[in-house]
Ligand binder design. Structure first.
Ligand code: ZN
Length: 422
């Protein structure tokens, strides 16, 4: 199921940012390429490798060049609010310096790169102002020189920028209809575990380079084992590898599979200038944030789609329209009861934030009919928390506590799967 869902998600991403005729390559990516005579020898099953990425020029013309082991296809398009240029390519192995993309030059403020699905990678450039893609091409490797992806950007005005996107949008094809998943089997409740971030979206980073996306994936896998151990509950994961999944897609996956509970796993950080904070926090959904810090965190977590180059305007938020109804009210109550249970069980094994139960407008908690919480395990910016987050013992102990809370929650609620499709 996840594979198909991801595939649709990615097709959705591609459709959301269709390429204009001028920018569309002659053949659609990721079609297999004929072996270029001059390309370095590579095993047939390996991915092309990006070995360098550089920005040159100034804010009248900025060139972005990526050195590659062989020629690949590229789809380029732009997104507004914030202004971004997105390059979709077949799966690439990135061997770039760790700091690549952290700083910009000319029209480009920064860039990111990574996997968005099996078989597909993406580069996202944050641009300082509206730009026009003057050229995008990939040259062959030749005479010992690598293949090169070249992107030339020139400034334009906002009106032209938006008009261009509107024209591109006309080429968008409707996403294929979703097939309903089979109903949850055997009456065994299904728990959706959602490790935050992934692929191109690394989440927060610890001073020692540890990334949130890796910490939370490992934690979620440990939690999964514990939940499934007794045979009383089933688990579905929104991701099981280092792949990016859009926020709304995570919600859709859980609802389509008939999940009875949704647990999103994250780790927080605080910029040094804002002091120090530590401990775990559990969040539920609210339109109005419980405090300014919670609001800021939700904004930061909701940026996941911006980071990955998703067009927020066209990303279907199919749950927004049905937010306010009775089911929602019941879901809210259940979410709150579950959140309190998680905190009670976590308290005995780990440090909690001084104000550990909060709420804000997290996009990933918006399923109207699946009780949902987001657990921030701790702060990677805090020395003690980071030590815990990286410790196997701590991860096991804390996963045990959350699994116990899940058992306790189901024991006091009707433990059947949700009835009725979405
Ligand atoms: Zn996060």
């Amino acid at each position: 199921m996840p594979v198909r869902a991801l595939r649709w998600a990615f097709l959705g991403l591609l459709c959301a940012g269709a390429v204009s005729a001028a920018e569309r390559p002659a053949t659609p990516a990721p079609a297999p390429l004929p072996a270029a005579a001059a390309a370095p020898a590579e095993p047939a099953d390996s991915y092309p490798v990006a070995t360098d990425a550089a920005l040159t020029g100034d804010d009248t013309r900025t060139r972005f060049v990526v050195a590659l082991s062989r020629k690949i296809e590229v789809h380029a398009f732009t997104l507004a609010d914030p202004y971004r240029v997105v390059l979709d390519v077949p799966q690439v192995t990135f061997r770039l310096p760790p700091s690549a993309g952290d700083s910009g030059r000319g029209l480009v403020k920064a860039f990111r790169f990574g996997l968005v699905m099996q078989g597909g990678s993406r580069l996202v450039l944050d641009v300082a102002k509206p730009v026009r893609i003057d050229e995008v091409s990939v040259t062959d490797a030749a005479a010992g020189a690598p293949a090169r992806l070249i992107l030339d950007l020139v400034p334009t005005d906002r009106e032209s920028y938006l008009r261009k996107i509107a024209i591109d949008d006309k080429l968008v094809h409707a996403a294929p209809p979703r097939r309903a998943e089979p109903p949850a089997d055997g009456g065994i409740p299904l728990v959706a575990l959602d490790p935050g971030h992934g692929g191109i979206d690394t989440g927060t980073k610890a001073p020692n380079g540890e990334q949130e996306k890796d910490i939370v994936l490992d934690f979620a896998q440990r939690l999964r084992e514990r939940i499934e151990k007794g045979g009383k509950y089933r688990v579905m994961m929104t991701r099981t590898d280092d792949t990016y999944v859009p926020l709304a897609e995570r919600v859709r996956m859980a609802r389509n599979a008939g999940a009875s509970l949704f647990v999103s796993i994250h780790a927080d950080s605080l910029p040094r200038k804002e002091g120090d904070a530590q401990g775990a926090t559990v969040y539920t959904l609210s339109e109005k944030a419980s405090d300014p810090e919670a609001e800021q965190l939700a904004e930061q977590e909701n940026r996941s789609d911006v980071i990955a180059g998703v067009d927020l305007k066209t990303e279907p938020d199919d749950v927004a329209g049905i937010l306010i109804d009775l089911a929602q009210r019941e879901t809210k109550t259940f979410s709150m009861q579950f959140a309190q249970r998680v905190l009670t069980d976590m308290k005995s094994v780990t440090r909690l934030h001084r104000n550990p139960l909060k709420s804000a407008g997290f996009r990933v908690l918006r399923a109207p009919d699946v009780p949902s919480v987001l657990v921030e395990l701790g702060y990677v910016s805090n020395k003690q928390d980071l030590k815990s987050l990286l410790s196997d013992t701590w991860r096991d102990r804390t996963a045990d506590a959350i699994a116990q809370a899940i058992g306790g929650y189901f024991a006091t609620h009707v433990a059947g799967p949700r009835t009725g499709a979405n």
